[in-house]
Design a protein around this ligand. Structure first.
Ligand code: SF4
Length: 661
């Protein structure tokens, strides 16, 4: 990696740095608040017409590598008259000092106060970041409730996967953007620019109205929610005539036209990923019924092999990273993945660049790809995700993997020199019994037995990793009841005993799991409605921060807040989580259109109950999920027949303009 510059950077005119700097020696990892990374951009404040503060609501080490924020940061800063800076969640030690010394939430680029920006955009990958949103808004000096904000406050916009149901944070955000952000941020920028140029007619209300009229920006204040006496939603309707009944997601159809990041950020402090990541396709049609990302990002859109090659070359040259991740929801499914991997392996053979592919597909092809990518002698870990322990539960979740396939694949990995593989499963799935979960132990034993037999060695291991199932909006499981945490914890205990029942095999099996409590709270937030906002606020007021971190998460704090806030509405924590919904219930996100047909989702839910599998529409006829007609498009897959090599010289690529380093 390139060494950071040691030249002191000039302090921007409206910077809070002089007040922040004396606090930093008193906090952990002060470097995370300093900015100035390679790839960071500081632009002139006064000549910018629209100014964005972008946030990933977690600590710098998790937030900096986030692709979504990096892409939007670059897309916006390429515009000569637009300025975008980044802000991350500050740890509680710095929060305390900032409050004591009156230092507001700041950007790491020029240390400007977030409140001074026109738009405050927050990207949520998980709902457990909601309390960090409240901290940032409050530290910024922006009123917590959107209804209390004035024209002097930025427009707070939520995006990311959690924005597909922003109802639990409807009180705190001014707007939410559904779907891909690249074009959406440009459209929002144009609206803000015009409105400001006209002298801000009609104030904040008019600006929000203009955003709502795009039909892809949801402005909660323009919609009323009516409830039935039993607590269910009766309807969600616009409260003014000029906003749409339904808000539609944005879809960037041509990924080759958006080859970002071109100038990836190179962190100064340690982060969870330090690599150049290139998204090789977006969307997934495998149809795993629990997977919100797979459902809401349809249709499949592949990036061409030539663009991927050019992005990798340019990204590495710019950043000095030694690792490349070829990302997507199921990377081995790219129609030209074989050529892509062999081309990149050939290009970087003999260099210190390592290539990795998140490997969840359970077949020998995946091992071939991993072999190809490890030509440089560096083996990345192999992860396979059967997700369910029994054949029966895998039919329920539509994960078409047979036990035979799994064992054959893992054994191929062992015989090709891998000593360790990771197997990922979920617990708490709809219709799950103890027996389904205990099958995981049997499967892991079989994997070790077959691996020892094939390699003649006892030096092989597998790690069984278990995540808790959380039903998500816009999936066939959006109607499902969650299992209670104590049931999940009981099953995990039984599983651990079963794995260790045979000491010889058990010794070769690692076991990692999360207990059931955080999943239940994630379930409350993911399928919550506006009434859940009162719970989030109480948790935050009672000290809730960094709820995605087990050492900060307090289940009791959430249970107590729910018990305090929800009875006034005639509902409770169980009502939101362990209750199955029926077909006719109005769901809090029904007015937000992910492109999926609700009738199709319901039918797929019924198919799940009947243990009936659905094919991948990439290779079989369309099964009418609704996305392609809704977007007036179709899935975009190769093969293009093009080759990755030879790569065009980097100086032939167009670099961003208008950004000052
Ligand atoms: S509309 Fe048809 S082809 Fe398009 S994603 Fe859905 S099932 Fe696949």
């Amino acid at each position: 990696m390139s060494a950071p510059s040691t030249t002191p950077r000039p302090v921007a005119a409206n910077s809070v740095w002089p007040r922040l700097e004396p606090l930093l020696p008193q906090v952990t990892k002060p470097i995370q608040y300093v900015g100035g990374e390679l790839g960071a951009v500081v632009k002139d404040w006064d000549t910018a017409t629209v100014r964005w503060a972008l946030m990933y609501p977690d600590a710098y080490e998790v937030g900096l590598p986030n692709q979504g924020v990096q892409i939007l940061y670059e897309v916006l800063n390429e515009l000569p008259d637009v300025l975008a800076e980044r802000t991350y969640a500050v740890w509680p030690d710095l929060e305390k000092l900032m409050r004591a010394h009156g230092v507001p939430q700041f950007t790491v680029d020029a240390h400007r106060s977030v409140r001074d920006f026109d738009v405050f955009g927050v990207s949520f990958s998980t709902e457990l970041g909601y309390t960090n949103l409240l901290t940032a808004i409050d530290l910024a000096g922006i009123p917590l409730l959107a209804a209390d904000r004035t024209d002097a406050d930025p427009v707070v916009v939520a995006g990311g996967h959690a924005a597909f149901n922003p109802e639990p944070i409807a009180d705190f955000v001014d707007a939410a953007v559904l779907g891909d952000g690249e074009e959406a941020v440009l459209e929002i920028t144009a609206i803000v620019r015009d409105w400001k140029a006209e002298g801000c007619p009609g104030g904040r209300d008019e600006l929000l109205l203009r955003l709502a009229r795009t039909e892809s920006v949801y402005v909660p204040r323009f919609y009323d929610v009516d409830y039935l006496p039993d607590g269910r939603i009766q309807r969600v309707v616009p409260n003014r005539p000029d906003v749409p009944f339904r808000v539609h997601k944005r879809t960037t159809m041509d990924l080759d036209a958006w080859p970002y990041p071109k100038k990836p950020l190179v962190p100064l402090a340690e982060t969870v990923h330090e690599r150049y990541a290139v998204e090789i396709f977006r969307g997934c049609t495998r149809g795993c019924r629990f997977c919100q990302a797979g459902m809401i990002t349809r249709p499949v859109r592949e990036r061409s092999i030539t663009t991927v090659g050019q992005m990798v070359q340019q990204g590495l040259e710019f950043s000095g990273f030694h690792e490349v991740g070829l990302l997507s929801l199921s990377s081995a499914d790219h129609s030209e993945i074989g050529d892509m991997c062999s081309g990149l392996a050939q290009q970087y053979e003999g260099t210190n660049v390592s290539l990795s592919l998140p490997s969840t597909r359970v077949d020998a092809f995946n091992i071939d790809l991993a072999q190809e990518l490890s030509r440089n002698g560096r083996r990345t870990g192999l992860t396979f995700a059967p997700e369910g322990g029994s054949e029966r539960i895998r039919k329920v979740i539509n994960k078409m993997v047979s036990e035979e396939d799994l064992i054959r694949t893992v054994v191929t990995a062992y015989t090709n020199g891998w000593r360790q593989v990771k197997l990922y499963f979920m617990c708490g799935l709809p219709t799950e019994t103890d027996e389904d979960v205990l099958q995981i132990a049997r499967m892991a034993h079989e994997v070790i037995k077959a691996g020892r037999e094939a390699t003649g060695s006892r030096d092989i291991r597998c790690t069984v990793s278990i995540g808790g199932f959380v039903p998500k909006p816009h999936t066939p499981f959006q109607w499902a009841a969650m299992e209670r945490p104590e049931v999940i914890d009981g099953r995990l205990k039984l599983l651990k005993q079963a794995i260790n029942a045979d000491r010889s095999l058990g010794r070769a099996i690692g076991f990692r799991y999360h207990d059931g409590e955080p999943s239940l709270i994630e379930g409350l937030l993911s399928r919550g409605d506006r009434r859940v906002g009162a719970v989030i606020r109480k948790v935050w007021e009672n000290g809730g921060r960094f709820d995605g971190w087990s050492e900060h998460f307090s289940y009791q704090r959430w249970v107590d807040a729910a018990a305090e806030a929800l009875p006034a509405f005639g509902v409770d924590l169980d009502w939101y989580t362990t209750r199955e919904r029926d077909e006719l219930e109005v769901l809090p996100w029904d007015h937000l259109d992910s492109g999926l047909d609700k009738d199709w989702l319901w039918q797929d839910w019924q198919d799940a109950m009947s243990e009936y599998e659905q094919d991948d529409c990439r290779w079989t006829p369309c099964f009418d999920c609704g996305v392609c007609p809704a977007m007036d498009t179709e899935i975009q897959i190769g093969p293009t027949g093009r080759k990755l090599l030879p790569l065009t010289p980097v100086n032939g690529l167009k670099l961003p303009t208008g950004a000052q380093q």
